[in-house]
Write a protein that binds this ligand. Structure first.
Ligand code: ATP
Ligand code: MG
Length: 579
């Protein structure tokens, strides 16, 4: 049906406004509800208008944002600049960076490839990326791979995939290990300058003297350091026989300055360099050097490194290298879920969870598998901002961001947990057409054949008494006439009631007997209750879904009515995203 010119213009204007407010992508739902709200008199034409609106939305979304703005200015002068405030409220912004020059800002995200990326990494990477974009600068992804005993190729890939899914696009990708020779030469130089020395004391001695604030023999004699530095690199020492230590102050209040290790000998097969390198820099040494030589202007890291800032800058000072700005933010943690590879790895090794994408984990792979969308994670991270306050935000906040995005696009379907049979006297066989979404007709409909036998959830069944009247959603009302428990399990008898929908009446989902598939939903719960591992952290809800569900492809998002949002995992299993 061709729409009249006035209606078409009106649809274009509301689509453009919505699009300009959402970075150039109008949301179909928002346009429909705006239209229906503004022109109630045209609601009756909804069926014919929806495809037209859809075409307009698609057409406008295909235009670059700049063209959308000029078109909006042409159709409705003054509207395109009307709502930057609203946009700011919807998309939280980070505060400006100090001493940042437009076009010159370089940030970096430096994960160690010793595990899968988690939501804490998402926070760091998103903040790094947002700042690089805010100043038209660059983001470096630097694999901080200087420990061959912990790192694996699998983890480099997992980190890259996780970031790709998140929509974080680094401008440069590199490995700290690419610069191993350079790092070695800076290490030697520091020893030659008298800023570091080779220590052959036992770990116990080092620990002991550090606690007492006293220097060891190795520190005293500069000649020893020069004589030993060659041997450090020529293979004369075994693992644990010698380390290079920074010459700090053994009595410093800040224990990070009490001659920390800068290099150690590690035997292991490095994923990029094999076993030809044995002397590996510590994070404390590699991070400042790499940041400096990579041109990083603003280095960001979590607050637990705060005491190590003095060391970071002292190393650069002694080597005469350029110093980046250092900015700290708080570590992201959740109640009941560890957000740290160190704590996640043992869970997998001990078999407490199956894999890195187990839906109980806070890894990006798990969020993806559960049905979270990356935009929700970004909005959530930005809403937290870059504060130093310990953030243990409620997990529900992240869920709320996600719900807002998936609610308009998830079809509403029926899953019945712990099913109980309901027989309806005299119910007619018929085919009913069910809407897949209450307001978005573009999500379509589905046909279901019903007869006189249905299933409802065990919980709903348990709450019924003879005489109750309930509504089977989108079907009809039924009146309970009998509850039979003689066979050990409940069976409910009913008759068809009226068609009037009353507010007070329970409205419940159902499955027709000839339309069932056996179905499971994995429900992830908190992994820990206090300090205790929660043995019930993965609940499996068993029941029936309507057969349509088994035709959905893995990855589809649905909302099981009165149950929760889920992501289809296979043809007989879904994972609960959240309620
Ligand atoms: P983990 O305990 O998970 O191993 P990590 O800090 O050792 O954490 P890295 O791979 O070294 O992990 O971290 C890369 C970057 O991500 C660092 O800059 C670190 O500060 C940041 N980061 C790691 N975990 C979190 C978190 N929970 N919240 C915010 N940022 C984090
Ligand atoms: Mg680390």
């Amino acid at each position: 049906m061709p729409v009249d010119a006035d209606t078409e213009k009106f649809i274009k204007v509301i689509t453009l406004k919505n699009s300009v407010e959402h970075d150039g992508k109008a949301q179909f739902d928002a346009v429909i509800s705006k239209f229906m709200g503004s022109r109630p008199e045209q609601r009756s034409q909804a069926k014919a208008l929806i495809p037209e609106i859809k075409t307009i939305v698609q057409g406008i979304n295909a235009l670059p944002l700049a063209d959308q703005k000029s078109l909006l200015e042409e159709l409705a002068p003054g509207e395109s600049t009307a709502s930057p405030k609203k946009q700011a409220a919807e998309q939280p912004q980070l505060p400006p960076l100090e001493r940042a020059v437009h076009g010159k800002v370089v940030t970096r995200f430096p994960p160690e490839p010793n595990g899968y990326p988690h939501i804490g990494h998402a926070k760091a990477a998103i903040i790094d990326e947002e700042y690089a974009r805010m100043y038209g600068g660059k983001l470096i992804l630097r694999f901080d791979d200087t420990n061959p005993t912990k790192e694996k190729l699998e983890y480099y890939d997992a980190i890259r995939e996780g970031l790709e899914w998140l929509g974080v696009k680094p401008d440069i990708v590199k490995n700290t290990s690419d610069d191993i020779e350079l790092l070695h030469s800076y290490g030697k130089k520091l020893v030659e300058l008298g800023g570091a020395y080779v220590c052959t004391c036992s770990q116990e001695t080092i620990h002991d003297l550090r606690a007492k604030g006293l220097p060891c023999e190795c520190r005293r004699d500069p000649a020893t350091a020069l004589e030993r530095i060659g041997r450090m690199f020529d293979g004369s020492y075994d693992q644990n026989e010698a380390i290079i230590r920074f010459k700090g102050d053994m009595a410093d209040q800040n224990t990070a300055m009490r001659d920390p290790a800068l290099f150690r000998i590690l035997e292991g097969n490095h994923p990029k360099l094999g076993n030809r390198v044995r002397v590996w820099p510590t994070y404390d040494f590699a991070a400042p050097i790499e940041d400096s030589i990579d041109g990083v202007t603003h280095a960001m890291r979590t607050k637990e490194y705060e005491l190590r800032n003095a060391l970071y800058f002292a190393i650069l000072d002694r080597l005469g290298l350029r110093k980046p700005e250092m900015i700290e933010f708080s570590r992201l943690e959740f109640e009941g879920v560890p957000v740290s590879k160190r704590k996640l790895k043992p869970l997998i090794e001990d078999g407490k969870v199956k894999s890195w994408d187990d839906p109980r984990l806070p890894t990006l792979a798990a969020f993806r598998r559960r049905g979270f969308v990356p935009e929700a994670i970004r909005k959530f991270v930005l809403s937290l901002g870059i504060t130093l306050a310990e953030t243990k935000p409620p997990f529900e906040t992240l869920e709320a961001f996600n719900r807002k995005i998936i609610d308009p696009i998830s079809p509403r379907l029926f899953f019945v947990k712990n099913p109980v049979e309901v027989r309806i006297d005299g119910a007619q066989e018929k085919e009913v057409v069910l809407k897949n979404h209450p307001t978005d007709a573009t999500l379509g409909t589905r046909k279901v054949k019903v007869a006189d036998t249905f299933y409802i959830t065990g919980d709903d069944a348990a709450s019924l008494k003879v005489g109750d009247e309930i509504r089977l959603i989108e079907l009809y009302n039924i009146k309970i006439t009998g509850i039979d428990e003689s066979s050990g399990s409940r069976m409910i008898k009913a008759q068809v009631g009226g068609d009037e929908i009353r507010q007070s009446m329970p409205k419940i989902q159902w499955i027709a007997k000839n339309d069932i598939v056996e179905y499971k939903v994995m429900i992830p719960k908190e992994l820990y209750k206090g300090e205790e591992y929660n043995t019930n952290s993965l609940e499996i809800a068993q029941g029936f879904a309507e057969s349509f569900v088994s035709s959905l492809k893995p990855d589809t998002r649905v909302q099981f009515v009165r149950f929760g949002f889920c992501r289809i995992d296979s043809n007989n299993q879904a994972i609960m995203t959240h309620r």
